[in-house]
Design a protein around this ligand. Structure first.
Ligand code: GTP
Ligand code: MG
Length: 335
């Protein structure tokens, strides 16, 4: 029997910087080790996996809702495949920002993984600015992500005032039971050694707060049929709606048009990995701030939008789809 594999959960609310932190950790991975990342997204079209491709780790995505839902089955299947195929030296798990950690931790602590995983500290990233906002503080998922973490990390410190950072430190040091570490970073610059801090059992205030997704109707694999240019998938839950588009590898977009389009959208969260006339680019929009990443490779183009307004399902997705189509390089020719 081989040694149990060290495993960490990296939690935190939607867009706080979990994927950025994992990318930073991968940059500092010992060269002789194989790391695996299991990443779960709310949207049906996984983007974070595409953002992490080619960064030296084995990646597996669990898209389409929170992986704790549907009795944790998608998570277990994903995890078991990662373990069997890549025999990793360490596993990092990024749940969706809208998820509740209780059920995930229950599964990882359970009998099935007892001899397989060595569950280390759960690291929760927090944007200190959100600690002053009731809509976050009153969100059970947000609160329990913090309550169940062993390590509490303020990310986006570069965006915070001294007062906000001080309030975070006070908030963190008042947690009971005390956290193993309360600290501040920018750009997800987590120290690799924090992964080896010890995990203890921490109770959730509202373990049942998360309204589990029902199993999505079986709408077939995420695969384009021959000749199909794109497909679109929607999802909803936790008072949020998402819509994602997967475009064939033959489709390329105008970078400038996409940049203008994304900047003009008033949505809660947008992520995309797209083939453009300037190369493969990752787009990431959170709280109205759009950032662009140069990427080496992408098998196809993916765009995922999350919003919490009712109009999202009714009209917004359709409008965005038409605008996306007009950003294709071939759109001029068709017109
Ligand atoms: N200014 C600033 N931006 C940051 C920092 N960390 C991350 N970001 C940006 O915040 C956005 C969201 O980062 P992600 O790493 O994708 O966040 P996430 O938590 O993985 O998001 P979800 O998986 O969608 O919940 C990106 O545009 C990042 O570039 C930071 O410390 N400062
Ligand atoms: Mg992410």
């Amino acid at each position: 029997m081989s040694h149990p594999i060290p495993c960490n959960l990296i939690t935190g609310f939607l867009g706080v910087g979990k994927t950025t932190a994992i990318l930073h950790l991968l940059e500092n991975k010992p060269e002789n080790e194989t790391w695996a990342v299991l990443v779960n997204e709310f949207g049906e079209i996984g983007i974070d996996g595409a953002m992490m491709q080619g960064k030296g780790a084995v990646i597996r995505e669990v898209p389409g809702g929170c992986m704790c839902c549907v009795a944790g089955l998608p998570m277990q299947i994903g995890l078991n495949m990662l373990i069997a195929r890549s025999k990793p030296d360490r596993i990092l798990i990024e749940p969706t920002g809208l998820g509740h950690p209780a059920q995930i931790l229950d599964i990882l602590h359970g009998e099935y993984y007892q001899d397989v995983l060595d569950l280390k500290a759960t690291l929760c990233l927090v944007d200190p600015r959100q600690l002053a906002e009731p809509r976050y503080l009153e969100n059970d998922n947000f609160r329990d992500q913090i309550a169940m973490a062993d390590v509490l990390i303020a990310n986006k410190a570069d965006q915070c005032t001294e007062e906000q950072l001080q309030a975070f430190d006070d908030f963190g040091s008042n947690q009971q039971p005390p956290k193993a570490l309360v600290t501040q970073v920018s750009q997800g610059e987590l120290n690799k050694d924090w992964l080896d801090l010890t995990a203890i059992t921490r109770a959730a205030a509202k373990p049942d707060a998360h309204k589990h997704h029902k199993a999505m109707p079986d709408i077939g694999p995420l695969e384009l049929q021959p000749g199909e240019e794109f497909l679109r998938r929607e999802n909803k839950g936790q008072a949020h709606f998402s819509c994602g588009w997967l475009f064939a590898d033959t489709v390329a977009f105008s970078f400038n048009r996409l940049f203008l389009l994304f900047n003009s959208l008033d949505v809660k969260r947008l992520k995309a990995v797209v083939k453009t006339d300037m190369g493969v680019r990752g787009f990431n929009m959170q709280e109205g701030v759009l950032s662009v990443l140069e990427l080496d490779e992408a098998a196809d183009s993916r765009i995922e939008v999350i919003d919490s307004t009712d109009s999202a399902q009714k009209t917004l997705w359709h409008e965005i789809e038409n605008l996306l189509l007009s950003c294709r390089l071939t759109a001029d020719v068709e017109e």
